[in-house]
Design a protein around this ligand. Structure first.
Ligand SMILES: [Zn+2]
Ligand SMILES: [Zn+2]
Length: 247
């Protein structure tokens, strides 16, 4: 049975997310999705019961070297033990301890891990189709080549920060309709990441919050007058969309 899953979605439990889980569910139904992962930044959002859509418990951990997705978690991550900005190896170990699959998120948009490190760290998969990364030329293609080089399965997800962006990229499965079967298919490399129909989100379609607009104005002014230290300027360059997560 063919199933479409969006394996990277933020709810408004994320600081930069805009939609409730209920709104995400409503939109996922209208876009023909069978499953979505709720992968909020550094927290495991409790999910409601949902009969006609698989809600896959997930997380997106901000490691010291970039974002790491945890998919199909059996239990919440122990963030008290993990701490803030953990080394990638610890983030991956925490995801595995919670029964999840560790996925390198949007590797080239941006990430701070060399391919040799990625190979060594024990990722279960690499996100090779990220709708927001589509805005960075070649990022998804480079991720796809990396996944081939390392013989790791690929995943696809919108990285939606509001319901409108859902389904911008998806993962196609051919398996029994159950979370356990989806997880096994992903592990086995039998799932195919792909870009969805253009009618779905294209990457950055969320309305900007007042805080985000103010931050963008601040960053523009900071760039124009070069008044900020280098680190802050880099942050402004990177975080020109919704704060605080660029992707
Ligand atoms: Zn994300
Ligand atoms: Zn991210």
């Amino acid at each position: 049975m063919k199933l479409l899953a969006d394996l990277h979605v933020h709810s408004r439990a994320s600081l930069d997310g805009r939609s409730s889980v209920e709104a995400l569910i409503e939109t996922a139904r209208t876009r023909g999705l069978s499953a979505i992962t709720v992968s909020d930044h550094d927290l495991c959002t409790p999910l409601p019961d949902c009969k006609d859509l698989f809600l896959i418990p997930g997380v997106e951990i901000t490691s010291a070297n970039g974002h790491i997705l945890g998919l199909f978690l059996d239990a919440p991550i122990d963030f008290a033990a993990l701490g803030k900005f953990p080394p990638p190896a610890q983030a991956i170990a925490a995801i595995h301890a919670s029964g999840g699959l560790a996925v390198l998120a949007h590797p080239f948009a941006p990430h701070k891990l060399a391919p040799e490190e990625i190979a060594r760290l024990g990722f279960d998969a690499i996100e090779t189709a990220n709708a927001r990364a589509m805005l960075k030329p070649g990022a998804n293609e480079k991720a796809r080549l990396l996944s081939q080089e390392l013989s790791l399965p690929g995943t696809g997800g919108s990285d939606a920060h509001c319901a409108k962006e859902l389904g911008g990229c998806v993962t196609e499965f051919s398996c029994e309709p159950s979370p356990a079967a989806l997880k096994e298919a992903l592990k086995a490399g039998a799932a195919a990441p792909s870009r969805s129909a253009p009618a779905n989100g294209s990457g950055r379609d969320c309305p900007k919050s007042a805080a985000s607009k103010a931050a963008a104005r601040f960053c523009r002014a900071a760039r124009r007058f070069a008044i900020l230290p280098r680190a802050s300027r880099a942050m402004c360059f990177t975080y020109k969309g919704e704060l605080p997560c660029p992707l």
